[in-house]
Design a protein. Structure first.
Length: 339
């Protein structure tokens, strides 16, 4: 097995693509040449990677037979158009768009790396979104203490969990409102984003669940290997540019002492605990998680009426920890153990 492999990052102009390049500057991975690829309109630009200027190549003419791995960033439509062709050309695809969540190949490197063996056979790995990753990291720890019986989670998601257009829309709306101007209709979301909350960011199915909620339920079950685990999800868009938060209630087979949960979480890989009985003794997406390689946990407490239920507040940098780092860790494991 080779210790070094050439890779491609596809969709570098997307939010995730940009973060992938930033993280590559800060971490060492067993990559040979890193090729940057995007739609033809974005080709020709140059980005810095490890002190070198790298030209963005045109997707229409790029030969994916020349790389071992291709990390696909962007939106689902982009992935739907290109993933099959990239895989057929010979590259193993790591999809960060959410297109393949719930289809048996979803991997969180710090939770279920053994499933990469099956993913290699399929030539595709799904990197779930930040909601699934930060939920799974914490639930894996709790399930190891006592089997998880039920999960209820409310997410508070920034605009960058939705799209680049949503981030730009929030900036525009905020500027207009602060200058006493009305906002323009027809943004990325159905209603005003600035200074507002939206309990739905996509079409609803027959049960009333949004796509984000369906993906979260499916992703948690798949990553934990618990497809029948009851998960109730409510996803809310909040007026933040970056970062994501969750308030989670977890029911386990046996009661878990809150302090013991805190102690075990402190030792968990990829997790950082900030839980103090004082003002500011909890993490937030902006002041703590932004730029961090960890999922942060605080406000851990046992339910007063249901001793088998534990409450947790969980935050992370959705682009960095939630997607970019996980996809690069997956690539690292694939190169070291499978390619």
């Amino acid at each position: 097995m080779s210790n070094v492999a050439d890779i491609a990052i596809v969709g570098v102009s997307s939010l995730v693509g940009d973060m992938l390049i930033n993280v590559l500057e800060e971490h060492s991975y067993p990559f040979g040449q890193v090729r940057l690829v995007d739609v033809d309109d974005e080709a020709g630009e140059r980005r810095m990677i490890n002190g070198q200027s790298v030209r963005v190549e045109a997707l229409s003419s790029f030969d994916f037979a020349g790389v071992k791995l291709a990390i696909v960033a962007g939106d689902r439509d982009f992935a739907l158009q290109h993933i099959a062709a990239i895989r057929d050309a010979g590259a193993l695809v790591i999809d960060t768009t959410g297109l393949l969540t719930g289809q048996g190949v979803t991997v969180v490197a710090e939770v279920n790396p053994a499933t990469l063996a099956d993913a290699v056979q399929r030539r595709v790995v799904a990197c779930p979104d930040s909601q699934v990753l930060q939920s799974a990291l914490v639930l894996k720890v709790l399930d190891g203490m006592s089997p998880v019986q039920r999960v209820s989670v409310a997410t508070y998601q920034s605009m960058s969990t939705h799209s680049k257009a949503a981030v730009e829309g929030l900036a525009m709306e905020t500027g207009r409102l602060l200058n006493g101007q009305p906002i323009e209709k027809g943004g990325a979301l159905a209603k005003q984003s600035a200074f507002n909350l939206q309990p739905c960011a996509s079409d609803l199915d027959e049960s009333g669940a949004s796509r984000e909620e369906r993906d979260l339920v499916a992703g948690i079950g798949e990553v934990l290997g618990l497809p029948s685990l009851p998960v109730l999800a409510n996803c809310v868009m909040v007026p933040l540019f970056y970062g994501t938060a969750q308030m989670m209630q977890v029911t386990t087979a046996e009661p878990l002492d809150a302090q013991k949960v805190i102690n075990v979480l402190r030792r968990a890989k990829g997790v950082k605990v900030l839980d103090k009985a004082e003002a500011g003794g909890y993490p937030t997406p902006v002041t703590d998680a932004t730029g961090s390689d960890q999922v942060w946990v605080g406000r851990v407490r046992q339910d007063a009426g249901q001793p088998n239920t534990i409450h947790l507040w969980i935050v992370s940098d959705n682009l960095r920890k939630g997607v970019a780092l996980n996809s690069l860790m997956i690539a690292d494991l694939l190169i070291k153990d499978y390619l």
